[in-house]
Design a protein around this ligand. Structure first.
Ligand code: GDP
Ligand code: K
Ligand code: MG
Length: 271
């Protein structure tokens, strides 16, 4: 049985470098349907039953760029068997913003802490075990350019895929937001696959245009959802999308505090 593993991550995190290393010359290049965003897949050099799908580089799963929409639709609708989230470990704080969203999809996720050679050269350390625990997914150190760790990341993804072991994010939003998400999930239950409930609830809370269109909620349901969202916005004196964004950044800074040690903390970069 063929297994599909998707490579997702920020632009310049090393996706193409890892893709080339894993697939060699067995690549197919085209476009995603309807848009001029490049689509590339290939077979794992060491096992032709494993398809590696390179995805467009993105910073978020929001609906604002073609790359984001292509990636979201692919992950939600075509459902690869596992995701390798390629994180530039030398820019870990920024990169984890996408990671927190990928793990909410409930699919098997392996974080590849790529550019680990850069981190090591700087003398910094990342506690990968603790990071995996906090994020609720597997974490593997990689250096795509040196060809180290990539095969371990694929192996971890295959193991998760065969067990259908979805990520299990431990992060929760603050109590008021969680209550709103719960109310929204009650509203939309039955209209969506239950394993993606959290993703859809958050997206409806954010008034995500694409998801609202996709769910084609009736007027009554839309008004109820709007009431739930507005009540929360009044409490926070902020719009719902910013509420979610802020909470993600707060959470990520806690993760960084707990897992990353910077050698020359406080000193100015001279590069
Ligand atoms: P993409 O935009 O995610 O496809 O990223 P690329 O694969 O194009 O890589 C961006 C840049 O980072 C290139 O110059 C790569 O050579 C470099 N790069 C990729 N992986 C690593 C790595 O593990 N270590 C280092 N030092 N550089 C890397
Ligand atoms: K690039
Ligand atoms: Mg690329």
């Amino acid at each position: 049985m063929a297994v599909t593993i998707a490579l997702a991550g920020n632009p310049n995190s090393g996706k193409t470098t890892m893709f080339n290393d894993l697939t060699g010359s067995s690549q197919r290049v085209g476009n995603w349907p309807g848009v001029t965003v490049e689509k590339k897949d290939g077979k794992l050099k060491t096992d032709k039953n494993v398809i590696i799908q390179d995805l467009p580089g993105i910073y978020s799963l929001s609906p604002y760029t073609m790359e984001e929409v292509v990636t979201r639709n692919y992950l939600i609708k075509e459902k690869p068997d596992a995701i390798i989230d390629i994180v530039d470990a030398s820019n870990i704080e920024r990169n984890l913003y996408l990671t927190t969203q990928l793990t909410e999809l409930g699919m098997p996720v392996v974080v590849a802490l790529n550019m680990i050679d850069v981190v090591q050269k700087n003398g910094d350390t990342i506690d990968t075990k603790k990071l995996g625990k906090m994020l609720g997914c597997e974490v593997v150190e990689t250096s795509a350019i040196k060809g180290t760790g990539s095969r371990e990341a694929v192996q971890a993804a295959r193991t998760l895929a065969s067990k259908k072991a979805g990520s299990d994010p431990k992060h929760t939003f603050s109590a008021d937001v969680e209550k709103s998400l719960e109310e929204i999930s009650d509203l939309i239950r039955g209209k969506i696959p239950s394993d993606n409930m959290r993703w859809y609830s958050i997206k409806v809370f954010e008034r995500d245009k694409e998801v609202i269109k996709e769910l084609s909620l009736d007027k009554n349901t839309r008004e109820k959802a709007e009431g739930i969202i507005k009540a929360c916005e009044e409490k926070y004196d902020d719009d719902s999308e910013s509420i979610i964004t802020n909470e993600r950044y707060n959470y990520i800074s806690q993760v960084i505090q707990a897992c990353v040690t910077i050698k020359n903390k406080g000193s100015l970069s001279t590069s």
